[in-house]
Structure formats: structure tokens, C-alpha cells
Design a protein around this ligand. Structure first.
Ligand SMILES: Cc1cc2nc3c(=O)[nH]c(=O)nc-3n(C[C@H](O)[C@H](O)[C@H](O)COP(=O)(O)OP(=O)(O)OC[C@H]3O[C@@H](n4cnc5c(N)ncnc54)[C@H](O)[C@@H]3O)c2cc1C
Length: 385
């Protein structure tokens, strides 16, 4: 197969790209070379946790990409983190767990006490502590996190938690989870140590299109000490929202990686597969969707770089990161369609890996709330109903 860098959709260098970012790109490619598409096909088919791959990423220190050095991390910022997840997906892997481990602890780093940060962050950076999950979504309040039914009430120095959460990723494997509930002061977050909690709550798998280890989580009268509270009572949404720009930029980068995977594979196929005595890539009906998908991915990539530039400069990246996520997820979706046109029926066969990555790409296509954010916050339109 042609080296990805020989292809015209090789990663665009950010205007401010630096040697560090290039080094990380090379290092992640080297790791991914050891875990090829057949590894990921097996993990997907078995709905398994990719433990060996994650151990290798952990040994290289990349779980700490966003964590400050004083807590054992690399402190390399969102630009580097975006390269990490992009390259994993571009190689045909699934960066969801690496993304979660790098980014979810941002809420702890911003809102946690010094004791909480010292206890967890160094172990998150190495991967020893799997910090993979925020449990926010509820049966009756999906996109709308301000209407929670799950509660925490004070009982002496402790809290009693009652929660029903749905579509929660990785609850079965996480060591620590952030739980969002309502208190008399408003939405509040707690850190749950899952080894203690798992036997005292109910976790049921949900069968989903992609391997996200998604579950429902029922907690009934769980007592936790006040030291498990993350941030002030009533400050839960603010604490979580502080990380939204990074989460969107990483989702955009994962999508760009997915889109480039579709393009890399499609270009190789279009340049080698012959029907009607000619290469299928010489047909305009195959060329144009690929050219359009390439253009959309490149445009989304520029928006991604602008978003991470703002994040790393500690400026407001709300609008830019929302646009990057919307554009990149739609560009990847377009690239998946172009791949199906290029591969024909073989695009649906597991051995070509297009159908698996197509399923991975679906989890990013929900963009209504981001479009709503752009309409209201960036364009100043009235709140929509
Ligand atoms: C793979 C995957 C993993 C997930 N992991 C987690 C997790 O770990 N933790 C967690 O808490 N949640 C998780 N979720 C849940 C995810 O955050 C929710 O799916 C999302 O918040 C929307 O909630 P909902 O699916 O109940 O949709 P609903 O809230 O029922 O909305 C349905 C549709 O209507 C649209 N909609 C709703 N209100 C508006 C509005 N005001 N304006 C415009 N459109 C609107 C939504 O955008 C959506 O497209 C996960 C979801 C998926 C698919």
C-alpha cells in the first residue's frame, strides 16, 4: 500500500505547526504500525477493550498530553492532542478511549481540590487510573443537561446519590467516573471510584452501532463522602463546560482522521482496481466525490487548527471548536460516502475496513446543539425552539 504521506491528502501543516507536533505524529504512526487494521477489526468484532494498544500509548506517556507537568503530564496542549487522535483514526484504529483518557480529566484539573488532583492525575497520565467517563445523559434529559432528575442530597457529612443515566460510555471499565446530578444548589459533579461503586449500582450494556462499551447506569441511595464532590455544589455544569472546546476540537480531529482513512483507502483502490478495461479512478463518477470529500476535509482541518490555536493560547475557542467539529464530522461522512462509491459492494465487506470505520464515524454526526450554539452565540440569533 502507498505510504499515507505520498497521497495528496497528507496532513496539512498548521500555520503554527512546530517540530514537537511532527515528532508526536511520527511517534503515533509508529505505535499504530504495530496495531494494524486487522487488530482493530478483531477488537470491534469482539466488542473488546483494546488493552494492548492502550498499554503502548500509556507507556509512551500520551495519556498525559493535556495534563500539566506538575501532575505528571506532558502539558503539550490541544494541538498535540489533536494529532494523537487524528493519527490513530487515520491508521484505521479507534481513538475514542485515548481521547477520553486525555480530555475528561480536564474537569478535574480545573475544578478539583489539590488533594484530588494529586491523587488521580499522575495515574491518569500513565494510564494506571482509567478516567474515561462522564455520566451526564438521562432518559428524560438527553441534549438538555440543565434538566436533571438524578439527585444528591446531604446526610450529615455525606451525600446520598440517586441517579439514572443512559448512553454512558466505558462505565464497565473506568476506574473513576464523573457523575452529574442535581443538588439544592444546582447541577453538581462527583468523582465515583468505580471499584467501590460497581457492586452497589447496576450497569447494563446497550448494544450500539460502534464499539463504545455503552451502558445504562442506575444508582440507588449510594452514600459518598463530601471529599468525592468535584467542584462547588451548583458548579457542575460550569466545570464540565470549561472542557467543551477541547472535547469538540478532539472530536473534529478524530473525524479528520476518519475522513483521511476513507480517502487513503479509496485513492489506493481507485488507482489499482480495473473494470471495463480501465482503472475505476478514471471515471468522473468516482473522481468527483473523492475530490469534493478531499476539499471538505482540508477546509475542516484549517478550522481545527484555528480552534486548537485559540485553545492553546487560552482564548475563547467556543465558536471555532463548534465549527471545526460540525465541518469535520460532515466532511468525514462525505468521505465515507465517497469511499462507498469507490469500493462498490466491497465497501460493505468487513475485510476492507470501510464499513467498520463508517460505523465509527456515525457517532460524530449529531450536530444540532453545536449549530444551535453557533446560531445563538456567534451569530446573535434569538434562542431557537
Ligand atoms: C456513542 C455515544 C457515546 C455516548 N457517551 C456518553 C457518555 O459517556 N456520557 C454521557 O453522559 N452521554 C453520552 N452519550 C449521550 C450523548 O451525549 C447524547 O446522545 C446527547 O446528549 C443527546 O441526547 P439524546 O440522545 O437523549 O437525544 P435527545 O436529547 O433526545 O435529542 C434527540 C435529537 O433532537 C435534537 N435536539 C434536542 N433538543 C434540541 C434543541 N433544543 N435544538 C435542536 N435540536 C435538538 C438532538 O440534537 C438530537 O439530535 C453518548 C452518546 C453516544 C451516541
Amino acid at each position: 500500500m502507498t505510504e499515507p504521506t505520498d497521497l495528496p491528502n497528507a496532513p496539512t501543516e498548521a500555520p503554527d505547526a512546530d517540530a514537537e507536533r511532527d515528532e508526536v505524529r511520527k511517534a503515533i504512526r509508529a505505535i499504530c504500525a504495530k496495531y494494524d487494521v486487522d487488530y482493530w477489526r478483531r477488537v470491534d468484532a469482539e466488542k473488546a477493550y483494546p488493552a494492548e494498544f492502550l498499554a503502548t500509548v500509556g507507556e509512551a506517556g500520551y495519556f498525559g498530553t493535556l495534563i500539566a507537568p506538575e501532575y505528571g503530564g506532558l502539558g503539550l496542549g490541544a494541538g498535540v492532542a489533536s494529532v494523537v487522535v487524528e493519527e490513530i483514526n487515520r491508521a484505521g484504529g479507534d481513538a475514542a478511549i485515548v481521547n477520553a483518557q486525555m480530555a475528561i480529566c480536564g474537569t478535574l484539573e480545573r475544578a478539583g481540590t489539590e488533594e484530588q488532583k494529586q491523587r488521580y492525575l499522575p495515574k491518569v497520565a500513565t494510564g494506571e487510573c482509567k478516567f474515561l467517563t462522564v455520566a451526564a445523559t438521562e432518559p428524560d434529559s438527553g441534549a438538555d443537561m440543565s434538566h436533571l432528575n438524578s439527585t444528591a442530597r446531604r446526610d450529615g457529612d455525606d451525600w446520598i446519590l440517586d441517579a439514572q443515566k443512559v448512553l454512558i460510555s466505558l462505565a464497565e471499565v473506568a476506574d473513576v467516573m464523573i457523575l452529574l446530578v442535581k443538588t439544592s444548589e444546582g447541577a453538581t459533579t462527583f468523582l465515583l471510584e468505580m471499584a467501590e461503586v460497581r457492586g452497589r449500582c447496576e450497569i447494563r450494556p446497550i448494544d450500539l452501532i460502534a464499539n463504545r462499551m455503552t451502558t445504562t447506569l442506575f444508582i440507588d441511595g449510594l452514600r459518598v463522602p463530601d471529599s468525592a464532590r468535584l467542584g462547588p455544589p451548583g458548579g457542575g455544569l460550569k466545570g464540565l463546560m470549561g472542557g467543551f472546546s477541547v472535547r469538540r476540537a478532539l472530536a473534529a480531529s478524530e473525524s479528520i482522521g476518519n475522513g483521511r482513512f476513507f480517502l487513503d483507502r479509496s485513492l489506493e483502490h481507485a488507482k489499482t482496481r480495473r473494470t471495463f478495461d480501465r482503472l475505476i479512478g478514471s471515471n468522473q463518477g468516482v473522481q468527483y466525490p473523492l475530490a469534493q470529500a478531499y476539499g471538505r476535509l482540508e477546509a475542516a482541518d484549517l478550522m481545527r487548527w484555528d480552534a486548537v490555536r485559540l485553545i492553546d493560547a487560552k482564548k475563547d475557542a467556543g465558536g471555532r471548536s463548534a465549527l471545526a467539529k460540525v465541518l469535520a464530522s460532515e466532511a468525514a461522512w462525505e468521505a465515507a460516502r465517497a469511499a462507498l462509491t469507490t469500493f462498490g459492494g466491497w465497501g460493505l465487506a468487513g475485510e476492507y475496513h470501510i464499513e467498520r470505520k463508517l460505523r465509527d464515524a456515525t457517532v460524530f454526526v449529531f450536530n444540532n446543539m453545536l449549530n444551535s450554539y453557533v446560531a445563538e452565540r456567534v451569530l446573535g440569533l434569538p434562542k431557537a425552539f
